[in-house]
Design a protein around this ligand. Structure first.
Ligand code: SF4
Length: 949
């Protein structure tokens, strides 16, 4: 339903005299909302060392407070927005966080989660000292230990594993990374293929779809300059680049852009859009292909871009041999191949009205190179074949020639800064099949959520397992299988949880090691938030204060609260202890680049990176600063203001020397690798694919046994209506959306955030509620393939009929013997009933408690929600490896014996579902005995020779 854009007379007058923004003129010289450094509302940086303002809590007294202001970046989602920490000069305590106007992505703004960092710092339950378990793993007994003993114990263990060539038994499993390349260097120095990530429960579905097109795995939409924006599903609420994208979408809309959102739920974003397409989950690709067909038939495509930059010749030759290899024939073939994707067919699959699909396709065609689009989790992560949604979405960008343009959608790599390191250890010589097993040769990231099943299946074991800001027991599907794995010491030798907060996985650790929050740690950040390139510096602000005051310290834990440390220094110290005499070849990678044979310091590590950041040294010199001091002072630097059309960068003479040109395709190769492409008489870099072009046709899919998916296709989801029986009360459950004020598992200690959102009822349309005779708040039992959960129902017209949804991020728990997160977690009793059967029962609500924070006694909410993910089996997509989150569930009224929050799971059934999905794979080897296409990246890419089986 498009909004009317015809202004009323009053609007016209108000707009003309500037009373309200002019939403009705074509994009023109509307001033950008902010320019770093030009905002008067922020304290000027020359006063940051002694900033005075009135004490907010004592306004009537006009009590003046002196602060030192130190920049850092937020750690509560990946965006890494800039923040300014206000440090009370009287007692050096951090009092509050506000936005940093010098951060090019966030431009002085934060979402609710940024300032709530202060809650996390002052959390009365936070972990302040290193803890070691006493008693059995998981029993909940802990003793305080020293960092020295922790380092020694772990180092001895890892050294032994490396000496015995058990390199694959040392694993680092990361939840929130928040740094650029630091751990890759550490793991390579150790020689272990030990990087495991959370990405296959997060974004790898969409990444896979984008990668097939152009070798980059994420979109970077230039929302602020777009004319039409299309978001697939709950983009903003799904959390990616939440604040930087939100402010640019608004900016784009204020300049006249229209916004369309495809989502079965009326999300916050959809409610502000010009078009809401409430699609059936998993049908998105059908809608997108119908739009593509309209754009083709109505001649709305960008002929120049498509002709020059799509590998259409390869497609025609491979799929239509003997036919004319002409562009006209290609377009004819496309229209023919996609003929079934009529708007009416798309309406039948999705429920989105055909007229709306036609209307949006026309808008996209009109926007041309200024069409910005995005798919992150949601559809890409919910469905079997969800990766095809991103592939079909990008098809629209290709057709409209909006790839890499101003107002279009760039590859992420063009807007993300890559730091230069002082030392680059060689690629590891191991391939860890617990991460990349043969069954999933195309898996875009590690098959991390199958780890408990792989261990149960006898595929290996772990000696030393680090979890870092990572909570699979709670965030992953099938959490009871994780508990089984974590408590089995024959499979997990030692589990070390590096975490700033207590979490459900840390309860099953041997060591719980407190790591810093946003203002207590070093990292660098750079993300594809808009059409520029930037780098930001997360720094421990109290360390910076100590340095400025000339106080002596060696490690960050000496200035942080308690003995909270940071990973950067921890890894340096641990690496030296693993290899004290240098005989393992590890120590040499942790030596200072500035002082011979001395241990590198964290300051030197960042000094090197900033000195080698394009333009930073020069900019710093204009203020008489070193590059490091500039970043300490401002916290961020804009490397490139805008960066478009990088595929047109010319290859240098040196690059072209000894290269070969394929006259037919235009591909330029050197030493057997494609390095560029000849287009319109110029030798340019193109895209990092085999053809160096946008690959409509994927030879890779053909070679790796998926010939049915060589071109953008619609794949029917595992929750497609054909697979459901409504007579039996079966519904698709959407569990992927989140509430924008919460963080996966790090906000149950943030009182302001939990106060705003503290329950996750099941969303149900009125028509469905009527069928069951349900009223708001009634209990429902939701049965999955491995168990069930009991939740309350929330009846609303904000969800498409025939679908139910339940938000992620709520339903946090602790057992009676556990600590932490009292603002947001309820107390549960967990019973292992034997033979894989588990039961969880709520025994106490969230309730007020006594602590150093008086607000803890004022908690008025009691709910805490329900942990739905633990009742989900694993659903690994056989191609992308993504966990397909949506569930086919049976909905019924709660049984008489059910209570709110009850959970029952059978892990033997979980194992059976894992096997069922495993059987859908088409395992390696591929061509030439490869485990994986050589051109597919890996987060921590091992040596090329390990790619062969
Ligand atoms: S979007 Fe919010 S949570 Fe994410 S980095 Fe920015 S302020 Fe923090």
């Amino acid at each position: 339903m498009a909004k009317s854009h015809k202004p009323s007379l009053i609007e016209k007058i108000a707009e003309s005299i500037g009373l309200i923004p002019n939403l009705h003129k074509e994009k023109s010289g509307l001033a950008s909302l902010t320019e770093p450094g030009h905002l008067v509302r922020f304290p000027p940086p020359e006063k940051w060392d002694d900033w005075q303002e009135y004490e907010a809590k004592g306004w009537s007294k006009k009590e003046k407070k002196s602060y030192r202001i130190v920049p850092t970046t937020c750690f509560n989602c990946e965006s890494a927005c800039g923040m300014l920490a206000y440090i009370d000069k009287q007692d050096n305590s951090v009092r509050k966080f506000e936005g940093n106007p010098f951060h090019p992505a966030s431009r002085g703004r934060n979402c609710a989660k940024g300032p709530a960092t202060i809650n996390q710092i002052n959390d009365p339950d936070r972990i302040l000292y290193p803890l070691k378990r006493s008693g059995k793993r998981g029993e909940g007994n802990w003793e305080r230990v020293s960092w020295d003993s922790v380092l020694e114990d772990i180092a001895v263990r890892i050294r032994k594993a490396l000496l015995e060539k058990r390199n694959n038994e040392v694993v680092y499993h990361v939840g929130r990374p928040g740094h650029e390349g630091y751990m890759d260097r550490v793991l390579r120095a150790w020689g272990v293929d030990g990087h495991n990530s959370h990405t296959n429960v997060c974004s790898s579905g969409a990444r896979f779809g984008y990668n097939l097109w152009h070798g980059y795995d994420r979109p970077s939409p230039d929302h602020a300059n777009a004319k039409f924006i299309l978001l697939i599903s709950a983009h903003l609420e799904s959390g990616h680049y939440f604040n930087p994208h939100a402010q640019r979408i608004i900016e784009g809309m204020m300049s006249g852009a229209k916004l369309a959102v495809m989502d079965p739920r009326l999300s916050n974003t959809a409610s502000m859009a010009d078009f809401w397409m409430p699609s059936y989950p998993g049908s998105e690709a059908a809608v997108l292909l119908a739009m593509a067909k309209i754009i083709l038939e109505e001649n709305l495509y960008d002929r120049r871009f498509v002709e020059d930059w799509v590998n259409w010749k390869e497609y025609l030759k491979k799929e239509f041999s003997g036919e004319a290899v002409s562009f006209e024939n290609f377009i004819r073939k496309l229209i023919e191949v996609y003929k079934e994707y009529t708007p009416e067919y798309a309406e039948k699959e999705s429920g989105v009205k055909a007229e709306m699909i036609i209307s949006i396709a026309g808008e996209i065609g009109k926007a041309g190179s200024r069409f910005a689009s995005h798919n992150w989790r949601a559809a890409g992560s919910g469905n079997l074949g969800g990766w095809a949604v991103a592939r079909c979405l990008h098809f629209l960008n290709v057709l409209t020639g909006s790839v890499g343009t101003e107002g279009g959608t760039s590859p992420n790599g063009w807007n993300k800064f890559k730091p230069a390191f002082f030392d680059n250890p060689p690629a590891q010589k191991f391939w860890n099949e617990l991460h990349f097993p043969k069954e999933y040769p195309l898996a875009f990231f590690e098959m991390s959520f199958l780890l408990p099943h792989f261990l149960k299946d006898g595929r290996g074991k772990l000696d030393t397992y680090f979890t870092r800001v990572f909570n699979p027991v709670w965030t992953y599907p099938d959490g009871f299988s994780w508990i089984e794995a974590l408590t089995d010491e024959s499979k997990m030798g030692m589990h070390i949880a590096l975490t700033p907060t207590w979490n459900e996985t840390a309860y099953f650790a041997d060591y719980v090691l407190p790591m810093g929050l946003a203002s207590e740690r070093h990292d660098i950040n750079s993300y594809e938030t808009h059409g520029g390139v930037w780098i930001a510096f997360r720094q421990p602000v109290l360390r910076e204060v100590a340095r400025k005051e000339g106080r002596k310290f060696t490690h960050t834990y000496e200035v942080n609260p308690g003995e909270v440390w940071e990973e950067d220094e921890f890894w340096i110290e641990l690496s030296w202890r693993i290899d004290p005499d240098g005989s393992l070849g590890i120590k040499k990678h942790f030596l200072s680049p500035y002082r011979e044979n001395e241990k590198i310091t964290v300051d030197e590590y960042y000094q090197f990176i900033f000195e080698n950041t394009k333009g930073l040294k020069e900019k710093a010199a204009t203020e008489g600063l070193t590059a490091l001091d500039y970043m300490r002072k401002y916290g961020a630097f804009e490397v490139e203001k805008s960066s478009y059309s990088k595929h047109l960068e010319k290859l240098s003479e040196q690059e072209l020397r000894d290269s070969q040109l394929d006259p037919d395709s235009g591909t330029i190769s050197k030493n057997g690798k494609a390095i560029g492409v000849h287009v319109n008489g110029k030798s340019v870099t193109g895209f990092p694919t085999l053809s160096r072009k946008q690959e409509f046709f994927s030879q890779t899919m053909m070679d790796w046994k998926w010939p049915e998916y060589t071109i953008p296709t619609y794949i029917k989801s595992h929750v497609h209506p054909e697979k459901l029986n409504p007579e039996n009360g079966e519904y698709p459950l959407i569990p992927t959306f989140r509430l924008p004020v919460l963080i996966h598992s790090r906000s149950a200690n943030a009182k302001w955030l939990v106060e705003i959102a503290n329950r996750n009822p099941v969303w149900m349309h009125n028509l469905d509620a009527r069928k069951f005779g349900l009223k708001n708040g009634d209990l429902v039992r939701i049965t999955t393939d491995i168990g069930y959960f009991v939740d309350k129902v929330w009846i609303s017209e904000s969800i498409k009929p025939g679908i139910i949804a339940c938000s992620h991020h709520i339903g946090r728990w602790r057992r009676q013997q556990d600590q932490g997160n009292q603002f947001g977690s309820q107390t549960v009793e967990i019973k292992n009933l034997g033979d894989g059967k588990w039961k969880m029962k709520k025994i106490a609500n969230v309730k007020p408690f006594k602590s150093s924070d008086k607000d803890s006694g004022r908690i008025f909410w009691s709910d805490g929600g329900v942990h739905q993910n633990i009742t989900f089996p694993v659903h690994p997509d056989p191609i992308s490896g993504m966990h397909c989150w949506h569930q086919k569930v049976k909905v019924e009224r709660a049984h008489p014996e059910d209570s709110y929050g009850d959970i029952i799971v059978d892990t033997r059934k979980s194992f059976a579902v894992y096997k069922e999905w495993l059987a859908m794979t088409r395992p390696a080897p591929g061509p030439d005995g490869l485990r994986r296409p050589m051109w597919f990246a890996r987060a921590l890419r091992p040596a090329d020779e390990t790619y062969y089986v």
